[in-house]
Design a protein around this ligand. Structure first.
Ligand code: MLT
Length: 410
């Protein structure tokens, strides 16, 4: 009989979002007439914008002609998209990224989950807590942790609590770590790292010879001009950071799938013989071995996001979601619930009223208001007592959800 990877058995229950889906399905079976409003998983609800659809359609038509047909594309991505990313996402912010430092992929979940493969299993991993569960779970699967304790913390992981008390911005640890995951704008707290905070992380990484895995999937939601969109806006970050970006939340690509990862050639790791090795070369080897590229029409659709119309139309949608976020914050505030985030991120993080646990609040919200959110404890032990609502839904549903929440007595 084949031996399994026993590390998988250390994982707690199911992945967070399927578990929520299971509970919601059970509730709907019991109460089939309840009109459930979902503000749980951060899945966009607005359709793809016209500029994207047009480019997508034109590329599909091109693929249906003898001259325009394409088979395998370059695994790293088509140069038409890579050049646009370099210009619009980086050069426009004073950051120079070479074409071979960019890897177009089918999602930041996959990239931020797979990146750990190029690192040894004896690296110490540090995580802000709460945070997107993929970072931890993929390291558990790879065997970089011991078992989880009763407090939900896995042995071997350096947890950096992000709570209201520290403004959801933990300081770099005194303890050593080799790999550090940062997410800004943060999923789930909605907090965004300032340039000064990122500078502290970069100097900590340089001092500890650590690598920062920087997830900027929500950067499109930043409206405060003083906040950095990329970690490379910080001097010295090119030597210590890998960055993940996605079209999922910025351009509604959760079902279309397109993202990219930046691995500067200057970021290095150490081989067993002490030699310094470029992480770009390792990620390139992995990417070209395990991935055959994002489909041509999807890359054309992503490229359309950078055109004048694409930019205008996607910005409009982001503005729409952020107005939802404002309404959620205002409505919860009026109902006496303390909220955080939701200003430069599509997530509203709230303190559960009446000292309820995150899952108790989930159940009360579902049963009492027929509204689905995400329990904070699902993002890490320091998320206990908090809860996340996403701004992704129609205006009507958001208004209805808030009105229902206001009627619940907690
Ligand atoms: C979330 O709700 O945290 C995200 O939608 C999950 C994801 O992007 O994979």
């Amino acid at each position: 009989m084949a031996r399994i990877n026993d590390n998988y058995r250390k994982l707690k229950a199911g992945y967070l979002f399927p578990e929520i889906g299971r509970r919601v399905a059970a509730f709907q079976k019991e109460s089939p007439d309840a009109k459930v409003i979902k503000l749980g998983i951060g899945d966009v609800t607005c359709p793809l914008v016209p500029a994207v659809v047009e480019a997508f359609r034109a590329a599909v038509d091109e693929m249906g002609t003898s001259d325009g047909f394409r088979g395998y594309g370059p695994e790293q991505g088509h140069s038409f998209l890579i050049d646009l990313i370099r210009e619009h996402d980086y050069a426009s912010r004073g950051v120079s990224i070479d074409a071979d430092e960019l890897f177009v992929s089918d999602g930041s979940k996959c990239d931020s989950g797979n990146i750990q493969e190029i690192f040894g299993t004896d690296n110490v991993v540090a995580l802000t807590d709460p945070v997107y569960p993929v970072y931890l779970d993929t390291n558990v699967m790879a065997g970089r942790t011991g078992e989880a304790g009763d407090d939900g913390r896995y042995a071997g992981i350096v947890y950096l609590p992000a709570t209201a008390e520290n403004g959801f911005a933990p300081e770099p640890p005194r303890a050593h770590a080799d790999l550090l995951y940062l997410c800004s704008p943060n999923n789930p707290t909605g907090a965004v790292a300032t340039k000064a905070q990122l500078e502290r992380w970069v100097s900590w990484a340089r001092e500890h010879d650590a690598v920062i895995l920087f997830d900027a999937a929500y950067e499109g939601y930043i409206s405060d001009p003083s906040l950095p969109h990329s970690i490379y806006e910080v001097e010295g970050a090119r030597e210590v950071a890998i960055e993940f970006r996605s079209y999922s939340k910025t351009a509604g690509f959760t079902g279309t799938r397109c993202a990219f990862t930046v691995v500067p050639k200057a970021v290095q790791g150490r081989a067993a013989n002490g030699e310094a090795v470029s992480l770009n070369a390792l990620w390139s080897r992995r990417h070209t071995t395990k991935f055959n590229g994002v489909s041509y029409p999807v890359q054309r659709a992503a490229a359309a996001v950078y055109g004048a119309e694409g930019k205008k139309q996607t910005r409009e949608i982001i503005r729409f979601y952020m107005e939802n976020a404002r309404l959620i914050r205002a409505g919860l505030g009026a109902a006496g619930i303390q909220t955080y985030g939701g200003e430069n991120a599509p997530y509203i993080w709230l303190r559960t009223p009446g000292g309820l646990s995150s899952w108790d609040f989930f159940d009360r919200l579902l049963r009492g208001a027929h509204v689905v959110g995400t329990p904070g404890s699902g993002f890490g032990p320091s998320g206990e007592g908090y809860f996340r609502l996403s701004a992704f839904n129609s205006r009507q549903n958001v208004e209805e959800a808030i009105a229902r929440v206001a009627r619940v007595r907690w």
